[in-house]
Design a protein around this ligand. Structure first.
Ligand SMILES: [Zn+2]
Length: 105
């Protein structure tokens, strides 16, 4: 899928319906509302922390982008807070898993 190919290159792309303009998440080649085709666009680079936890000296956060898209990633440094804003520092894929690293803003 385009989503994974782009993520592998470090580009976080999201699917948007060409018909109803809905952002389709999880990524799919068709709209999950009207079943029309989608196009790929760059996701907003800034998101908000929904929740976080600490594992082996690293903080992992669930971050929401565009009030729709939720992904889990690692905080590169600092201590996160709920509702704090982050930017995507790095993203990609390791094996078959999505990988995100965020910096606190
Ligand atoms: Zn649609």
């Amino acid at each position: 899928m385009t989503f994974e190919a782009e993520l592998r290159k470090g580009n976080f792309q999201v699917a948007e319906c060409t018909n109803c303009k809905k952002t389709v998440w999880p990524p799919s080649d068709f709209c999950n509302q009207c079943f029309k085709e989608i196009h790929w666009r760059k996701c907003a680079n800034e998101g908000k922390i929904i929740e976080f936890s600490k594992q082996n000296n690293y903080y992992f956060c669930l971050v929401e982008f565009e009030n729709t898209i939720k992904v889990i990633g690692k905080i590169s440094s600092g201590i996160p807070n709920k509702d704090q804003h982050v930017r995507i520092k790095r993203c990609g894929m390791t094996d078959d898993n999505y990988f995100f690293e965020f910096s606190l803003i």
